[in-house]
Design a protein around this ligand. Structure first.
Ligand code: SF4
Ligand code: SF4
Length: 427
């Protein structure tokens, strides 16, 4: 075993160890969320994932930025196969281990080589947009400076990845003028620039590019979970776990359904129990804090890319209200990050704060029209209004703290069976 192999294996173990620990820290908070989102209809979910996640269909609503984003996504899938080969090469001490697959290898490596340049161009475009242009959806009170730098740092990581990949490929082609494994439409042209270089210099360039590329991948993978770019890992599973009901569909609360049925027809007391999505007894109606939400809400919050497409179409936000659906998702994630560690130590942990009011105000949630434009627009099928609905349910059913207009309507429904004051009008 060479020193390079030993060094690589040590770095690989550290990378995998740190990444696993970070992901474990995030996923253990799921134990504090509620059930209530059964994952059924797998074939439909696979179709949706192919269409929305791999087809990037929602991204194309913004034709130019969407097109570049889709190219980066598709390119990354191809290039990841090459990165996997580098990991195997690093462990086994081989070079171009997957080349035994012949034509398949040529197609994958050739496509990846072309995508490296396309991604490079796309990243420069994204950097110019982020740094020099004032795009309204990148602004907002929830977008701190950290969010902007998060995005810029991630883009720079990708830039380094593509430059080192092209450098590595060009040096590899130059080192094997008599024949090399794979096809390199771009790098073979770049290799001409180094035609006068000595083999020793080319070898140094190849090793430097190889190590830079793989180390940036390892570093990037461990930075991602701390940034909005965690969506690189989360977005595809999140689309797979999309809500399948039509937008605007409101799930009944089983306990309330039971009570209403009993009121309407006492004989239903002897009916078979209602098969609830969530078999657990509700501790409280709706949600006051993050641990009252279902696991899918927390999953959504981890997957949110902070792209702001939801806020950009929100009629409440557009008309100057405080509501921003992106902020709802960011607040949910931040609150779990704050409360989760305390809950791990003590299941009854209470820091005197809550998602409602300390993070999301009543003014924000009552500004929502439940139009679902945000959920329609979200490229990874997050359903933001469902969190707002749970917070409202808590206010109405636990605190009777609905706005006065709604309380009048509730009273009318209770007394008249209709939202309007029918008796006074007709009496
Ligand atoms: S459902 Fe609510 S949060 Fe979403 S776009 Fe409509 S008003 Fe905005
Ligand atoms: S909820 Fe969806 S649309 Fe809104 S910021 Fe997050 S990823 Fe973007």
């Amino acid at each position: 075993m060479t020193i390079k192999q030993i060094l690589f294996i040590i770095i690989l173990f550290i990378t995998l160890g740190v990444f696993s620990w970070t992901v474990y820290r995030l996923i253990r908070f799921f134990q504090f969320t509620k059930a209530g989102f059964p994952v059924k209809n797998i074939s439909r979910r696979i179709g949706l994932t192919l269409e929305v996640a791999f087809g990037q269909t929602k991204i194309f609503r913004n034709p130019i930025a969407g097109f570049f984003h889709a190219l980066v996504f598709w390119g990354f899938i191809i290039i990841t196969i090459g990165s996997l080969e580098m990991v195997f090469d690093g462990v086994a001490g081989t070079e171009r281990l997957f080349s035994f697959s012949g034509i398949v290898y040529d197609v994958i490596i050739g496509t990846g080589d072309v995508f490296a340049v396309i991604i490079l161009i796309a990243i420069v475009f994204f950097l110019i947009r982020r740094i020099f242009l004032s795009i309204p959806r990148f602004r907002g009170k929830e977008m701190e400076k950290k969010s902007k730098w998060d995005a810029i740092i991630a883009l720079l990581f990708i830039l380094f990845l593509m430059v080192s990949l092209l450098g590595m490929n060009a040096a590899y082609v130059s080192l094997h003028p008599g024949g090399y494994q794979g096809v390199f439409p771009i790098s073979s042209a770049v290799a001409d620039w180094f035609s006068g270089w000595q083999p020793a210099s080319l070898h140094v360039m190849h090793e430097a590019s190889w190590w830079t590329h793989i180390l940036v991948i390892f570093l990037f993978a461990n930075v991602l979970p701390y940034s909005k770019h965690f969506h690189v890992f989360m977005s595809v599973p999140n689309v797979f776990l999309s809500r399948l009901e039509p937008l605007g569909y409101i799930r009944n609360m089983q306990e309330i359904t039971k009570e209403v049925k009993l009121m309407m027809n006492p004989d239903t007391a002897f009916d078979e129990p209602i098969e609830a999505d969530d078999a657990t007894e509700p501790v409280r109606f709706g949600a006051r804090d993050v641990d009252d939400l279902i696991w899918k809400h927390y999953f959504d919050s981890l997957a949110c890319t902070e792209c702001g497409r939801c806020t950009a179409v929100c009629p409440a936000n557009i008309t100057g209200k405080k509501l921003s659906p992106r902020k709802i998702m960011m607040n949910t994630r931040a609150r779990m990050k704050e409360k989760g560690p305390g809950l791990l130590k003590d299941p009854n942990f209470d820091d005197g704060k809550s998602l409602l009011r300390d993070y999301i105000t009543e003014e924000e949630i009552w500004a929502c029209t439940m139009c679902n434009a945000c959920a329609q627009e979200c490229p990874i099928n997050i359903n933001q209004p469902s969190i707002i609905l749970e917070l409202r349910r808590y206010l109405v059913m636990e605190e009777a703290a609905a706005p006065a207009e709604l309380n009048t309507m509730f009273t009318n429904i209770e007394n008249n069976g209709a939202p309007g004051n029918i008796l006074r009008k007709t009496g």
